[in-house]
Design a binder for this molecule. Sequence first.
Ligand SMILES: [Zn+2]
Length: 152
Amino acid sequence: MSEKKIHISPIKNGTAIDHLPVGTSLKILEAINVNDATCTAAMNVESKKMGRKDILFIEGKELNETEMDKIRILGKNGTMNIIKDSKISKKESIDYPNEAKGILTCANEKCITNKEGLITKFSLKKNPLSAKCFYCEKSMDKKEIMNSIKKG
Ligand SMILES: [Zn+2]
């Protein structure tokens, strides 16, 4: 019996994100504004490196920094490949950003960002992941952060 493999044709212009933890591809699609982009998600794919993984292809859209930071929070340890004219123009090992601007909703209901709709700003710390609101200094742990990512 031959090994079962998934073949996906490479994209011409867009972003390919590999080695995502299983279940992450859908969360990323929820968090970014995909507009007219063509998105292909391969979920629960066998991986030599990590057992099981997700792969996500976003074709025909250039991600902005806010969207990339959402991916950096959701897809830690994955690999983000920016593809231009069928070639990898930039490769990035995904790690948490130091700052999250306009990405998270503050868990403090009384925070000025919630009351007056200001753009949120958090400083992030790794190991373990935590985020501190620039305005009210509310601290959020990893679970709260994952639940507070704004939808695209
Ligand atoms: Zn706050």
